[in-house]
Design a protein around this ligand. Sequence first.
Ligand code: DX5
Ligand code: ZN
Length: 227
Amino acid sequence: MIIAPSLLAASPAHFGKETARAAKSGAEWLHLDIMDGHFVPNISFGPAIVKSLRPLTKMFFDVHLMCSRPEILLEPFVQAGADQLIIHVELGDQVEPLIWKIKQLGKKVGLAVNPPTAITAAQPYLDKIDMLLVMTVNPGFGGQSFIHECLPKVQQAEAWRRERNLDYRIEVDGGINFETAAECARAGADTFVSGTGLFAHRNMKAAVKKMRQIIHENDPALADLKV
Ligand code: DX5
Ligand code: ZN
């Protein structure tokens, strides 16, 4: 399992310090939410900020592009130090060329599905991606409540992965806390983005440890082994 604190929950005035705190928390990835004020009704930060954080940690940078024209941003974010670029399936015809462009740049490919979008929209791309992101809130803001109706999508993503013998990760993002992380783990998620659910804790290391323990206890792969 991978835990990815989302920097969006940190104060922009303290991004450096908060990145260092996340790096020491035991979480493997740092999730970076990029919003363009068009695909979503909010603006976050760009490649210059990501580049300034890159020397602070060796963490895997999971860059979530909530942007209408990601094609103009792929190279700048790769140069800034992104390890994975997530694009949205809602971009339709643009998805396929974007996937190939990210692969050409030598980076991992994530594909995100918004709550109102059917998971079947992602089906044609499953053998071409490294990760499927099932959004569990409508993107644009941190601190929203988890949408339970998204859980069957996680189950479907897991069923497809098993049936087709694929190996993409299944990430969940939005409203993930100790309780909802457990529900997502039971549904088959293996990669957990959490903003306020982790950054709000003064002791983030303890929060990551607790979340990891809860996910582990709810991992269906381990359920068979329990007496
Ligand atoms: C939502 C973003 C999320 C956000 C999650 O638009 O994609 O990554 O940071 O924040 P929380 O965990 O606070 O819901
Ligand atoms: Zn995100």
